[in-house]
Design a protein. Structure first.
Length: 399
């Protein structure tokens, strides 16, 4: 599949108001939303102001329910397997705490786990006596499949993997990991926070039990929106750690029934304008074409890495192998200071601190890094401008 041509990228940029104001290289933080996503939220809020919150919810129910249909088409599952939440974090935690851990159970995870995830493992270790064992990375920074295979045992209750880390452009081999888990009584949880909207996803091919998604990053959707995929096995064999009148039905004084579909992982109060916007974001992504989206942003990221490597004082830290749109590097300037300086030139980047992925950063001897995350609507001209400004700032600092 080819990447988008200049005419197609121009169209995407015309539909993205933010591209007129900034060079946005913080898509792994929150991407710029296209007009259909902005319009869906605004129209919902305008209607809510006109007739009331409960009333517009009832009026637009079929429209809101579209999020389940488009998410199912995107992830290759049924709409019953989808739950709408307020974030990837909420989705991921509801999956993790639905798994019935016992003392002595083992959680296998990657060395590139995000801080929130690993803190949750440590919390479970303290609460329930589970053991947390990271699987070593290979020479490319990805989960070493051979070492993972050697660590699989009857004590392993969960394999939890971050698909794309916050601090580099690597992509973990989640489908190959899924193959290793076939036929084993082990739960498989994927954090797709950074991969959703960037890397094409197919839960059937991955073979996972749970997969968590955010709307605000590469999907270009609203903040405070997210999804959880729960497989049929997960719906049949796990119980959410909390329920309310939305996720369960009160059937008698001392009786209740948990909903059989993905709604069991939802709650009654929701960001409904965000739900409308997320459905629009997924539809926009599917219309653009997931394969072309990835080809284009991966090409842009590689172009950026080449430009950065030609600047004195810049060290690019992304490992080899298949890489996505996140580019991390270091300079003699403190990352937070450099980020602020770039902001003055209308260039958005972010900082990956050491404690965001503590095991990986310590293992590789890294300090805080600058993170520039590209998307398919970024242009070569923007990357050239970024490199020129960065080089000028570094030269000014060194004199």
């Amino acid at each position: 599949m080819d990447s988008f041509n200049e005419q197609e990228i121009r169209k995407f940029r015309e539909q993205t108001p933010g591209t007129r104001n900034v060079i946005h290289l913080n898509n792994a933080g929150a991407a710029l939303s296209p007009e259909p996503v902005i319009r869906a939220q605004q129209e919902y809020l305008d209607r809510e102001a006109e007739i009331g919150g409960y009333e517009v919810n009832r009026e637009k129910k079929s429209e809101l329910d579209q999020v389940y249909q488009v998410a199912a088409a995107w992830l290759n599952c049924h709409s019953r397997n989808i739950a709408y939440t307020d974030s990837a974090t909420t989705s991921w935690l509801r999956a993790l705490y639905a798994i019935p851990f016992e003392s002595g159970d083992v959680i296998l995870t990657s060395e590139i786990e995000y801080a929130s995830n690993y803190l949750s493992y440590l919390h479970l270790a303290r609460q329930r006596g589970v053991q947390v064992k990271p699987v070593a990375s290979d020479e490319h920074g990805r989960v070493d499949l051979n070492k993972l295979g050697n660590q699989l045992s009857d004590e392993v209750k969960l394999v939890a993997i971050t698909h794309v880390p916050t601090n580099s452009g690597i992509i973990n081999p989640v489908e190959e990991i899924g193959e290793k888990l076939k036929g084993r009584d082990i739960w498989y949880l994927i954090d797709a926070c950074q991969s959703a909207g960037q890397v094409p996803l197919d839960v059937e091919a991955i073979g996972c039990d749970f997969l968590s998604v955010t709307g605000r990053k590469y999907l270009r959707g609203p903040r405070s929106s997210g999804l959880l995929f729960a497989s049929d096995r997960a719906l049949e064999s796990t119980t959410p750690f909390t329920v309310d009148l939305h996720s369960a039905e009160w059937t008698g004084r001392d009786e209740y029934e948990i909903h059989p579909d993905g709604r069991r992982f939802e709650q009654w109060e929701q960001n409904l304008s965000g739900k409308s916007g997320l459905a629009a974001a997924i539809s926009y992504y599917l219309d653009a074409g997931p394969e072309q989206v990835f080809e284009t942003l991966a090409k842009r990221a590689e172009e950026l890495r080449k430009r950065l490597k030609n600047i004195d004082g810049v060290t690019v830290y992304d490992a080899g192998g298949l890489q996505g749109g996140i580019v991390t590097f270091d300079t003699p300037v403190k990352p937070s200071d450099l980020k602020n300086q770039l902001t003055e030139f209308g260039i958005n980047v972010s900082v990956s601190p050491v404690n965001s992925t503590l095991i990986d950063m310590n293992a590789r001897g890294f300090g805080d890094l600058i993170r520039a995350s590209v998307h398919y609507y970024n242009t070569e001209e923007e990357l050239t401008r970024f490199a020129e400004v960065l080089e000028a700032l570094l030269q000014k600092t060194s004199t």
